[in-house]
Design a protein around this ligand. Structure first.
Ligand code: PMV
Ligand code: MG
Length: 341
């Protein structure tokens, strides 16, 4: 075991496929957001874990606020032990809240903190942890906790890029976890697919933050019963069309597929498009752009794809007018209308 190590983990936002992705075999497209949490880890005589989310540190004695991190440590310790690593206590310090003035952005902090903890421990022991193993270990932590999310966030944040993710059967895996060891579980084919994407289509990806925190767990519980086969089929079609649009640089198909995905969310349940998120979407009007709610909705963030620079600027201006902050923007592909020189 070496000296002090530092690692980081970013955030994510759904472009399309939210709610649908909760059903095994469905696909979502998820964008990596390079806003980071950082962890410092070093050997220590006793376990000490400190997150800047809280004003106190803990050891491994169960503590509700730290349960997610503590459970991640236990799972990773079990895994490392199976790999023949000699375990020793450490000091882990986590910084970088995904929030401003106490209001969270909603870009995946709970998934990110699990990945961050796993990465920190791997770094401490110089244990190589490829993205796929990182993803699966993080999945096990969340499934063991009975998390009701799809785990799409973990796929995106573990791979640190724009991905398409096809979900596996989390309930089946939870059952297998009852009577099989960690090594057996990890040897199984979980039947998911994570595909890193490199769109040929040119656009500016924009993230608008409503400043209204939403709790995905509660929204899922409210919305879940409305998810039916028509919603699933149509959302999957929209997602598959968007994948084609990215690959073939087809602006119209990108526009129509995101538009359909958005309408499907809008008619799934009225809690998804809050007033602010509806304003965020309306900012697209008359522009070469498409906007939609992202993730569970009910607040947090929405996204836009602007196909011209002027449209991107106008969307940001309209968002500002509506009290929506530009949290992040990224140019994807090559622009035709960039100012020369
Ligand atoms: O709002 P977020 O970023 O937590 O996204 C939730 C997306 C859902 O599909 C609604 C739930 C999930 O875990 O995939
Ligand atoms: Mg959210």
């Amino acid at each position: 075991m070496k000296n002090k190590k530092a690692v980081r983990a970013g955030g994510k936002l759904y472009i399309a496929g939210e709610y649908s992705i909760l059903t095994p075999g469905q696909t979502a497209i998820i964008q990596f957001i390079p806003i980071y949490m950082q962890a410092d880890i070093q050997p220590s005589s006793t376990y000490r874990i400190q997150s800047d989310m809280f004003s106190f540190a803990v050891d491994l004695t169960p503590q509700a606020d730290y349960a997610l991190i503590q459970e991640t440590v236990h799972l990773m310790n079990a895994y490392l032990q199976l790999q023949g690593v000699a375990l020793a206590p450490f000091d882990l310090s986590i910084e970088g809240k995904f929030e401003r003035e106490g209001k969270k952005f909603g870009i995946g902090s709970s998934g990110s903190v699990v990945l961050l903890t796993l990465k920190a421990m791997a770094a401490l022991y110089d244990f190589p942890l490829p993205a796929d193993l990182l993803f699966r270990l993080a999945c096990l932590v969340l499934i063991q906790r009975g998390d009701n999310g799809s785990i799409g966030d973990l796929a995106c944040i573990a791979y640190e890029g724009l991905v398409s993710y096809r979900s596996f059967d989390r309930r089946e895996l939870a059952e297998q976890l009852q009577d099989q060891g960690l090594d057996q579980i990890l040897a199984l084919d979980w039947r998911y697919e994570i595909q890193p994407l490199a769109p040929q289509l040119s656009y500016t990806f924009l993230v608008g933050w409503t400043q209204e925190p939403a709790i995905s767990r509660d929204l899922i519980n409210q919305v879940r019963s409305a998810i039916d086969s028509v919603f699933l089929e149509r959302t999957e079609q929209a997602v598959q069309d968007l994948l084609v649009a990215f690959q073939e640089a087809d602006r119209d198909l990108a526009w129509s597929s995101i538009s359909r995905a958005s309408d499907l969310l809008g008619s799934l349940n009225e809690v998804i498009y809050t007033k602010k998120l509806a304003q965020l979407k309306r900012a697209e009007e008359g522009l070469e752009a498409i906007a939609k709610s992202s993730g569970a909705g009910g607040g947090d963030c929405g996204i836009a794809l602007a196909f011209e620079e002027a449209a991107a600027q106008e969307i940001v201006r309209r968002w500002q007018e509506a009290g929506i902050d530009l949290l992040y923007s990224e140019r994807m592909g090559e622009y035709d209308d960039q100012p020369k020189g």
